[in-house]
Write a protein that binds this ligand. Structure first.
Ligand code: HEM
Length: 371
């Protein structure tokens, strides 16, 4: 029975090898004062503790009342590798709860980039919950459970479901998932088993001058990015590879053999092998100055229906984590503005959030240090 620990210095679902199914759900918080906000975080902690550990579904002693559990998973709720990661948006720090002074220093509202076509109904939120598990049933069961227990405290703002191939999920991080443009996505992520590196790249530590409650947390950038897959599928292979700077099948940087080979751009200053405007070269120019813009990406594919113009509605739920939103996501996205890939993609939603520090032990609850 696969179980991910919920307790710890950091929340699960960030360095956890990617499970097959994920969901992002943004909420507006209906609580109107700090006491209710505390009730919300205590409740979330209690539900997540139960759902990630698993156990018999609660009985419904009185059939005149609604069942205690949706029943989707039957009488026993298996942990199914579930992680539930809770983060807070910029708007939670407005005047409602008196938390203005506690806001993480770099947290801000997502603004439009030049290639964006943002849909207001798919942006922002007071709270974001990322749910990941081996199966979609577990993800949906978790969402229904959380909503059932918080009717007066949370209202869903937007939601998207994502997946990676079972094959990549079963490999527990050894195989890189392939995105819906057909390229391996996640290859050049920093090594999640290197704690010192994770403290440098992902986690807020005492070093950044952030409020002390935020230590152990991380900035999360979410972008819902639609792909023009019909157009992409009519693009020559050579051009697709030039756009990313990698071989489509092996995932190796162009001119190299293996997926994890590391390009040396000092040998290719004019971009003859890996184009200067290729995605990987703009995203990470691998110079000393750009070392600080590293991030941990944990994206998932999505596939919905058909757009109003008759195109397949599919793309990427891009999610990345970093200790500093400006040095990480914002710097990288600014470098990517105008990249060759832009013709094939359309960012339509998302937002910036701050992942709460982990819950240390069973006597504590999420956001306790903030409140
Ligand atoms: C690398 C796809 C958006 C940051 C890559 C790679 C692919 C890819 C295939 C190469 C393999 C790898 O190292 O993972 C995409 C697609 C996107 C997208 C299809 C959306 C349309 C973004 C965004 C950012 C970003 C929005 C950040 C602002 C990076 C970084 C790398 C990377 C940092 C690693 C580069 C390296 O270290 O060599 N992406 N990406 N990507 N991408 Fe993206």
């Amino acid at each position: 029975m696969e179980k991910q620990p919920f307790l710890g210095a950091h929340q699960a679902g960030i360095l956890t090898p990617q499970q097959a199914s994920m969901m992002l759900v943004a909420f507006d918080v209906l609580a109107t004062d700090k006491a209710d906000l505390e009730r919300l975080f205590r409740l979330l902690t209690q539900r997540i503790t139960f759902l990630t550990s698993g156990g018999p579904a609660p009985d419904t002693p009185n059939p005149r009342l609604p069942p205690m559990d949706s029943g989707i998973l039957g009488p026993y709720i298996a942990p199914d590798n579930l992680t539930v990661t809770v983060s807070v948006g910029h708007s939670l720090f407005d005047t409602r709860f008196g938390l203005q002074a506690q806001m993480p220093k770099k947290l801000q509202k997502m603004e439009r980039f030049p290639n964006d076509s943002l849909d207001a109904a798919l942006c922002h939120g007071d709270l974001l919950i990322q749910i990941c598990a081996n199966t979609q049933d577990t993800v949906i069961h978790t969402l229904r459970d959380l909503i059932k227990h918080t009717p007066d405290l949370l209202s869903v703002r937007w939601k998207r479901e994502g997946f990676i191939s079972d094959h990549a999920a079963r490999s527990k991080g050894k195989e890189t998932p392939v995105n819906l443009l057909g390229f391996k996505d996640g290859t050049a992520n920093p090594d999640s088993s290197d704690n010192a590196l994770m403290n440098e790249v992902v986690w807020v530590t005492g070093e950044q001058g952030e409020p002390t409650w935020a230590i152990g947390g991380s900035y999360q950038a979410v972008r819902i990015i639609q792909f023009h897959v019909e157009f992409w599928d009519r693009t020559p292979l050579k051009e697709q590879q030039t756009i990313f700077g990698r071989d489509k099948h092996t995932g190796a940087p162009l001119g190299m053999q293996k997926e994890h080979d590391v390009p040396d751009y000092t040998n290719d200053p004019g971009g003859d092998v890996i184009a200067l405007d290729s995605h990987i070269r703009l995203a990470n120019p691998r110079t000393k100055e750009t070392q600080s813009s590293l991030m941990m990406r944990r994206g998932y594919s999505y596939s919905l229906g058909v757009t109003n113009s008759g195109q397949l509605d599919m793309g990427l739920l891009f999610v990345c984590y970093q200790h500093d939103l400006e040095k990480g996501f914002l710097t990288v996205q600014k470098r990517l503005n105008g990249e060759a890939l832009e013709e094939y993609i359309r960012p339509i939603g998302g937002g910036y959030f701050f992942v709460l520090p982990g819950v240390q032990d069973a006597n504590h609850y999420l956001a306790q240090s903030l409140l």
